[in-house]
Design a protein around this ligand. Structure first.
Ligand SMILES: C[S@@+](CC[C@H](N)C(=O)[O-])C[C@H]1O[C@@H](n2cnc3c(N)ncnc32)[C@H](O)[C@@H]1O
Length: 263
C-alpha cells in the first residue's frame, strides 16, 4: 500500500500559502476541547508547528509536544520554551504516560486504517482527557475526483493508479462517532463546509499543489509533471470558474471528531 503522507517532500512555504484558511478548522476543532488545565498536550502530525504553538499559547503550563514525519516541516517549527518537536511517525508514537490533550489536524487521511490508531489513542487518554481530530471530507469533490480520474486514465494509470486519492481515505462522520463511543469516550462529531475565497490565476491548483497533488507529482519527472498538471488544471478551471469579481470559491468539507474520557 502506498503511503502518500510519506511520499514526496512536504514544503512548509507552499503549505503556508493559505495559512489563514488552513488554521481556521484547527481553531474550530480545538475550540470544542474542554480540558481546563492539561499537563501533557500532543499534536500528532504537527507539520511546521504553527498550530502546536497555538496549543502552547492556550495552555502555557502544559508540556506541549509536536510529532511529524517530515524533517522539512519540523525544520520550520518555532523554537520556544514549553514547546518540543520530535521527528516520528504518528503510527509508532507511544506516550510515556497518559495524555491529557491529543490533537491531530489534517493528518489521518494519510494513514490508512486510522480508526485502529484512534482507538489506541483513546486508550492513552487520562481521565477527563480528550482527543480532537479533523480530516478533509472532500474526496468526492471535483478537486479529488478529477485527480483520481486522471491518475486512472489510460495515459497515466501505469504510473499513478495507486496514488489516486480515494474516498475510503476517511470515514463518514458516523464512523468516527462509533470509534470514539466504542472506546468509552463521549463524542462530539460534526462536519463543516468552508467556502474559501481564493484569488489569482489557477488558485485551486495552487491550493492542492501542497497537499493532495504532492504525492502524485512526486512520481513524475519534470516534463511528465508539467503535462499532468496542465491536464488537471484545465479540469479544475472548468469545475471552479472565476466569479465576476475575479475570485474563485473553493468549497471544502471537513470532518471533526472530539472525544472526552469521563472523569
Ligand atoms: C496537511 S499537514 C497538517 C499539519 C498540521 N497538523 C496543521 O494542521 O497545519 C499534514 C502533516 O501530516 C504529516 N504526516 C502525514 N502522515 C504522517 C505520519 N504517518 N506520521 C507523522 N506525520 C505524518 C505530514 O508530514 C504533514 O506535516
Amino acid at each position: 500500500m502506498v503511503d502518500p503522507g510519506q511520499d514526496g517532500a512536504w514544503d512548509p512555504a507552499a503549505y503556508l500559502q493559505n495559512a489563514r484558511e488552513r488554521a481556521r478548522p484547527f481553531l474550530d476543532l480545538v475550540s470544542r476541547l474542554d480540558v481546563p488545565a492539561p499537563a501533557t498536550v500532543v499534536d500528532l502530525g504537527c507539520g511546521e508547528g504553527s498550530t502546536t504553538a497555538l496549543l502552547a499559547d492556550r495552555w502555557p503550563a502544559a508540556r506541549v509536544t509536536g510529532v511529524d514525519s517530515s524533517a522539512a516541516m519540523l525544520a520550520a517549527a518555532p523554537v520556544r520554551p514549553g514547546l518540543e518537536f520530535r521527528l516520528g511517525d504518528v503510527r509508532d508514537w507511544r506516550p510515556e504516560s497518559s495524555v491529557d490533550v491529543l490533537v491531530s489536524n489534517a493528518v489521518l487521511h494519510w494513514v490508512p486504517g486510522h480508526e485502529r490508531l484512534l482507538a489506541r489513542w483513546a486508550d492513552d487518554l487520562s481521565r477527563g482527557g480528550a482527543l480532537a481530530v479533523q480530516v478533509p471530507g472532500n474526496f468526492r469533490a471535483p478537486t479529488h475526483a478529477l485527480l483520481a480520474d486522471l491518475c486512472r486514465s489510460p495515459r497515466w494509470a501505469g504510473r499513478l493508479a495507486d496514488v489516486a486519492p480515494s474516498p475510503s481515505a476517511v470515514l463518514e462522520p458516523a464512523g468516527y462517532l462509533d470509534v470514539l463511543t466504542g472506546s468509552g469516550l463521549t463524542a462530539d462529531v460534526w462536519e463543516t463546509t468552508y467556502l474559501h475565497v481564493l484569488t489569482g490565476p489557477d488558485p485551486v491548483l495552487g491550493w492542492v499543489r501542497s497537499t493532495v497533488l504532492r504525492p502524485v507529482l512526486a512520481r513524475l519527472d519534470d516534463d511528465a509533471a508539467a503535462a499532468f498538471t496542465a491536464e488537471y488544471a484545465a479540469g479544475l478551471r472548468e469545475a471552479y470558474p472565476p466569479r465576476s469579481d475575479g475570485t474563485t470559491v473553493l468549497p471544502f468539507r471537513r470532518l471533526f471528531a472530539v472525544g472526552t474520557r469521563p472523569s
